[in-house]
Design a binder for this molecule. Structure first.
Ligand code: ATP
Ligand code: MG
Length: 418
């Protein structure tokens, strides 16, 4: 127990750190180019925020939340997703009163869901995401879809497929849900248990069911029942995506199933051994800010699971190469050389080179062996005789060639990466 991480959690080990860092760096770069600014919100919030913000009827709130009572007897929940906290912060800081749209992003936000751990499903995972407030035009829907596309391309998972749908607004959806219920009711006995549970509280989610997909192939589609405004919004989104050259498929089964989700919903999926894997999911939530006590403000966002991105990279053979740990390693012989070595390493690092020397009192031979093990390509050898002459040896570890370089020139020479 003591030496085993809790079920559904993962360590991010140093051997994979470059992968996380690269995902985060791409997120920051691509978001900044489009004028998005970073936001970080607490890891826990009042439970009520998620009950209202994610929705009482969702699986997340019904079954998956990490909720506990703190010492002040408040009900606290570890955040299961990124949006609700961001909306709370928008309202609390009055950001909605600044110049809109407010374009925000978050990086490696820890999320907690009490799910059955399995491939691609963790209890602590991390999301990169964006949220935009105060923009109604579908150009912003297209913009965030494009940001996700650019990210996936940068991650080497260009094969991820985009699926889009519109789930309308509360008005046209209400009429549609009546039609959907009337269609589902006679079939209910033949559907899976989850679908039966969802029938009264969240019928839209039944369309999402993998098990019953075939039985419901002829279900009425929200797209055929959109009001003129929602239909125009969807048409315009498609036109923007076409103009941007972004390929998509319309999938009427992509639903988010919350009252305040409105209009655009989308997912990026890849093929995985167990079926399709959703790497990114997003949508418009024009009713959410108001629902949480702020002024009516349209919103839209997506969440992209970092662990799923890494999984997708592995599946596509797109995992980035491990970067070299050091540009140069300093091997020393004798106490005097070691003192000089400590100085030299400091100079090398100051010049922007990744450098180190032995810290384990190894023999010279063992220092070379260690440098080899680390895959270091260049070694500087400091030994008494040469030092007295004011030179060091620069050794190429691939072909074992050695050249003498003046001690005073070695740093500049390596910094110039000749
Ligand atoms: P799924 O259909 O896979 O359960 P979801 O609809 O619950 O996903 P969202 O709430 O839209 O997921 O979360 C956004 C993204 O976060 C997902 O697309 C996925 O990449 C990631 N994600 C969600 N749940 C988990 C989890 N338990 N473990 C790892 N990643 C997750
Ligand atoms: Mg889920």
């Amino acid at each position: 127990m003591l030496t085993q991480a809790p079920k559904g959690t993962q360590d991010m080990l140093p051997k994979d750190a470059h992968r996380w860092q690269s995902v985060e760096a791409n997120m920051r770069r691509i978001c900044a180019l489009a004028g998005y600014r970073e936001i970080r919100t607490p890891m826990f919030e009042h439970t009520e925020l998620f009950q209202r913000g994610v929705g009482d009827a969702t699986d997340v709130v019904q079954k998956e939340m990490y909720t506990f009572c703190d010492k002040g007897n408040r009900s606290i929940t570890l955040k299961p997703e990124g949006t609700a906290g961001v909306v709370r912060a928008l309202i609390e800081s009055h950001m909605y009163a600044d110049a809109l749209p407010a374009k925000l992003y978050y990086v490696s936000c820890p999320c907690f869901r009490y799910e059955k751990p399995q491939s691609g499903r963790l209890r602590q995972f991390h999301q990169n995401g964006v949220e935009v407030f105060g923009a109604k035009d579908p150009s912003v829907d297209a913009e965030i879809i494009d940001i996700a596309r650019q990210l996936l391309d940068a991650f080497g998972i260009a094969g991820a497929r985009l699926k889009i749908n519109s789930i309308g607004c509360p008005t046209c959806r209400k009429a549609y849900l009546d039609k959907l219920r009337a269609y589902l009711e006679p079939k209910l006995g033949g559907l899976c248990k989850t679908c039966q549970e969802r029938f009264s509280r969240n019928p839209l989610r039944i369309l999402d069911c993998k098990e019953d997909a075939e039985k419901l192939a002829d279900a009425p589609s929200m797209l055929d029942n959109l009001c003129p405004e929602c239909a125009a919004h969807f048409e315009k989104l498609r036109a923007y995506l076409d103009a941007m050259g972004i390929a998509y498929a319309i999938d009427p089964r992509i639903v988010r199933g919350l009252d305040y989700y409105t209009r655009t919903v989308f997912e990026y999926v890849i093929d995985a051994p167990g079926g399709e894997l959703t790497v990114c999911g997003g949508g418009r939530y024009d009713g959410l800010v108001e629902e949480l006590g702020g002024p009516a403000t349209p919103g839209i966002g997506f969440g992209m699971g970092v662990e799923r991105v890494l999984m997708a990279q592995d599946l596509c053979g797109a995992a980035p190469k491990t970067p070299e740990m050091y540009d140069v390693f300093v091997v020393t012989m004798g106490d005097e050389a070691r003192m000089e070595g400590v100085r030299l390493v400091r100079e090398l690092r100051a010049a922007g080179l990744k450098a180190d020397l032995d810290h384990a009192a190894r023999s010279m031979k063992a220092q070379f062996k260690y440098a080899n093990k680390l895959g270091v390509r260049r070694v500087i050898v400091l030994a008494g005789d040469e030092l007295a002459k004011g030179v060091v040896k620069l050794r190429d570890m691939q072909n074992s060639e050695e050249t003498e370089v003046a001690r005073g020139e070695i740093v500049a020479r390596l910094a110039a990466r000749d």
